[in-house]
Design a protein. Structure first.
Length: 154
């Protein structure tokens, strides 16, 4: 996404008008319009002020993706009660069909024991509670996956 479009979507997601942003930044509404249309670019100081105003990092502002931001906001607003009602395997299985059939093919108990051991190790070594240890292990698995994808592209 180009910078102007990113600026537009970031402003809109905060519910601010061009006039409101212009007033807070000490510039004209036309300046905001030119930045959002890509006609001109804000300087680094103004960009930093906008990132603070829109409550996103400067990096996120430059590459603002409205879909990602909306998903993040939905996650933040989702209660534990709602999360418990969601069948995540079925939901993700629409995109990744393997999730709907692997249980019939894989000896899951073997992997569950080994993963449980890793969770216990994280709890013991770092004092994490059960959920935190699980989330750390999940994050480690995601990092391993990203790294393997990178290596396979080389």
């Amino acid at each position: 996404m180009e910078l102007g479009n990113s600026l537009f979507h970031a402003r809109k997601s905060c519910g601010l008008s061009q006039e409101e942003v212009a007033e807070k930044l000490g510039v004209s509404r036309q300046t905001i319009s030119k930045w959002e249309s890509g006609e001109t670019l804000p300087d680094i100081r103004q960009s930093k002020k906008m990132s603070l105003l829109y409550k996103v990092s400067l990096d996120d502002l430059i590459a603002f993706d409205v879909d990602v931001k909306e998903i993040q906001q939905i996650i933040e607003r989702t209660s534990e009660e709602v999360e418990e009602k969601i069948d995540w395997t079925r939901a993700w299985g629409k995109k990744y069909p393997i999730l709907l059939k692997y249980q019939k093919e894989v000896n899951t108990s073997n992997y569950a024991v080994r993963l449980g051991t890793m969770i216990d190790e994280l709890k013991s070594e770092y004092g994490y509670n059960e959920l935190d240890a699980f989330l750390v292990l999940k994050d480690i698995l995601a990092a391993v996956w990203k790294n393997r994808k990178k290596i396979s592209k080389i």
